[in-house]
Design a protein around this ligand. Structure first.
Ligand code: 6GU
Length: 224
């Protein structure tokens, strides 16, 4: 999979996308991430990419021209299954969307800043608008990093058996059960006996019960 990201702050994305699992995915040749600096498509020599909004009001808006040029130059190279705009007024991201997006060959992401991007770019090019939750970030970069990580780890071959996505919270509509490692007792708290029993079927049954209990307690909205 290849992911192209258009941004005015590539620095914000460099570190999260070049460490840990995303680093491994890229080294294995399973994921290619390219950052594209919007300033390279600025309307003048001062690097301008934003302007005041029509109708007045605080905050700058990213202009059509630089974005259109950046998008068109990418589209001339390959076909994108989705052109995603990261925005707090988008559809809330979830595991189901991550699963679906992980099957694509080419995805483009556009990070907004300030008051966002000119509506006409959304009308003309964007195929999917995504928010990562009901709170506001300064820009779309951290949200893009969240999307890339959650999508990237689902690409076949990125995770191994030990880190399998199949047992993740949300993958089966349930939160994950509690987990323990050595020592068997810590500050007076013991590991549940069942986990030391060696009865694999019983352990799985216990884990499922715990997952259901956690989900009902913490996320009653998920149990329907
Ligand atoms: Cl995608 N962008 C911004 N700026 N804020 C957000 C968001 C995205 N998702 C939640 N808050």
């Amino acid at each position: 999979m290849r992911i192209d990201i258009i941004t005015v702050m590539p620095e914000l994305l460099e570190s999260p996308l070049n460490h840990s699992m995303m680093k491994r995915a890229q080294e294995k040749g399973l994921l290619e991430i390219k950052l594209h600096h919007l300033r390279n498509f600025a309307v003048n020599k001062y690097g301008q990419v934003d302007d005041m909004q029509y109708g007045g009001g605080a905050g700058m808006v990213i202009m059509c021209e630089p974005l259109s040029k950046a998008i068109e130059s990418l589209k001339s190279e390959r076909t994108y299954q989705e052109i995603i705009y990261l925005t707090p007024d988008g559809k809330t991201f979830n595991q189901q969307t991550a699963n679906r997006l992980s099957l694509h060959e080419n995805i483009m992401m556009i990070c907004g800043h300030y008051k966002g991007i000119d509506q006409r770019i959304r009308d003309l090019y964007v195929t999917l608008e995504i928010s990562i939750g009901d709170y506001v970030l300064s820009g779309g970069e951290l949200a893009a990093a969240v999307l890339v990580d959650s999508i990237g780890r689902l690409i076949p071959g990125v995770l191994n058996d030990e880190t399998s996505a199949l047992t993740d919270s949300h993958q089966d509509g349930l939160l994950a059960p509690p987990v323990y490692t050595r020592p068997a007792e810590f500050k007076g708290l013991s590991v549940p006996d069942i986990l030391l029993s060696g009865h694999f079927a019983k352990i799985e049954e216990w884990r499922h019960e715990q997952a259901v209990k956690r989900t009902q307690e913490r996320r009653p909205d998920m149990s329907n």
